[in-house]
Design a protein around this ligand. Structure first.
Ligand code: ZN
Length: 61
């Protein structure tokens, strides 16, 4: 299955809805991936407003 990125929280997932926020608004055309291990210390996580660990898309358009 293709990976999708949630447009609401940027989480990358496979399936029919976002496991993190439950949104069904997604894109398959996301750009860039980051694995956030330490959201409090990650500059990019701050920029993207990510507060949890996980895999996220950098751009969802
Ligand atoms: Zn989401």
């Amino acid at each position: 299955m293709k990976q999708r990125a949630c447009k609401v929280c940027n989480t990358i997932y496979e399936g029919d809805k976002c496991p993190r926020c439950g949104s069904k608004e997604f894109t398959e055309g996301f750009k860039g991936k980051i694995q956030v291990l330490n959201p409090e210390k990650s500059e990019i996580a701050k920029k993207l407003n990510i507060k949890e660990k996980g895999k996220f898309a950098i751009k969802t358009r």
